[in-house]
Design a protein around this ligand. Structure first.
Ligand SMILES: *Cc1c(COP(=O)(O)O)cnc(C)c1O
Length: 390
């Protein structure tokens, strides 16, 4: 069925919102076959975002480990420093096509807000970003970035004043005026068509990396690794290899440990349920509501996961594994020092798992890691908490 991956996915939203989702789905079906749209998207990617991003052989890290060879897909070099602009730009193009004046979204740590504000500025759309007051206090540089880019950052003071309340506030406003606005979701989650659309927008990562690995090594990678928050950067990478003999690993954050609330390892510990408009696997509290989650990487602390990942987990095509905060921090320092690349804490989860894998598999193997973003945003926090050691 449309919008389903096995029994996961769908669009569990009130009827007015369902009508709006259907309009977006129809527009997307049309646009993805429209040569002018494809041409414009490719032009923006090449001349504005800086795509294709390179694949780098992490020679010093590989040598230090002394096992399989580790390659990095450099989404940290995409404009704004992460993969998120890939889908924000395409979402804003759809908004324009639908005649919308404004895009809206919520943001937690501010990464999605910054990417959306960037795309909105470039495509001349108004941009309203809802953000909890507690997050606004914590994430000053991203708040400044969004405001510099011309977005309105709207403080949300309800409840715990964080991401959950920001989602509710943004949805409420969207329901009031779906005619003129488009809600831009920040990962492969939410009601259909968002998980499918965002997967397609992020598939550029896998398509490019596949060609680049063939060119650089003469064959496909033996293993491909990416971190999983909602699941957009990982599905973007995996989508190019699903039909190949490539081992795929989605890395979830194990945070401080295995107890509920200490991690955000959704596929490791979660169960089936509907949240945020779609059916998938989620971490639940005792009332069946989305549980509080935690990771040192704020981009990974989501209680759910995209429906396609729930499906790939169930079929066993992708191995879902996990990495602790401490292992992530270790990888953050290691890659910075060995190869001169400071990874985002989210991406450092993938690097940490690749470092383990490199020791276990055949040393002749190659491991492709999606380096989803750069770590400048995390630098001050890491140095404050951990100093320069590790
Ligand atoms: C947001 C973010 C993630 C997590 O989101 P996914 O949808 O799982 O990709 C990972 N890495 C970086 C750098 C991010 O900003």
């Amino acid at each position: 069925m449309e919008g389903y991956y096995g029994r996961f996915g769908g669009a569990f939203v009130p009827q007015p919102l369902k009508d709006e989702m259907d309009k977006i789905a129809a527009a997307y079906e049309q646009l993805k076959q429209n040569p002018d749209y494809i041409k414009e998207l490719n032009h923006i990617r090449a001349t504005y975002q800086g795509r294709p991003t390179p694949v780098t052989y992490a020679c010093n890290l590989s040598e230090k480990i002394g096992g399989a060879k580790i390659y990095l897909k450099r989404e940290d070099l995409n404009h704004t420093g992460a993969h998120k602009l890939n889908h924000c730009m395409a979402e804003c193009m759809i908004a324009k096509h639908l005649g919308k004046k404004k895009v809206i979204a919520e943001t937690g740590a501010g990464q999605h807000g910054v990417a959306l504000a960037t795309a909105a500025a470039y495509l001349k759309l108004e941009c309203d970003i809802y953000m909890g007051e507690v997050d606004i206090e914590k994430e000053t540089p991203n708040v400044s970035r969004m405001r510099l880019l011309g977005a309105n950052v709207i403080p949300v003071s309800a409840g715990q004043k964080t991401l959950k309340e920001a989602v509710d506030a943004a949805f409420e406003v969207y329901l009031q005026d779906p005619e003129n606005t488009m809600y831009c979701i920040g990962s492969v989650v939410g009601p259909h068509p968002f998980p499918t659309m965002l997967r397609d927008f992020q598939s550029v990562i896998g398509t490019e990396a596949r060609e680049q690995m063939l060119a650089q090594t003469g064959r496909l990678p033996h293993h491909a690794v990416a971190c999983v928050g909602g699941g957009s950067n990982s599905i973007g990478l995996f989508s190019a290899f699903l039909d190949d003999n490539v081992q795929l690993y989605g890395v979830e954050p194990m945070g401080k440990g295995t107890k509920l609330g200490q991690n955000a390892a959704t596929l490791t510990y979660g169960s089936e349920g509907v949240m945020h408009g779609f059916n998938s696997i989620m971490l639940k509290d005792e009332n069946g509501e989305p549980a509080p989650v935690y990771s040192v990487a704020s981009g990974l602390d989501y209680a759910g996961v995209g429906p396609e990942h729930a499906y790939l987990h169930e079929t066993g095509r992708v191995n879902y594994v996990s990495v602790l905060d401490d292992e992530c921090i270790n990888a953050f320092f290691t890659l910075s020092r060995t190869d001169g690349i400071i990874p985002a804490l989210e991406s450092a989860h993938a690097v940490a798992y690749a470092m383990k894998l490199a020791r276990e598999v055949d040393p002749a193997d190659t491991i492709l890691v999606n380096l989803s973003g750069r770590g400048d945003k995390d630098m001050d926090f890491v140095i404050r908490e951990y100093g320069y050691l590790a």
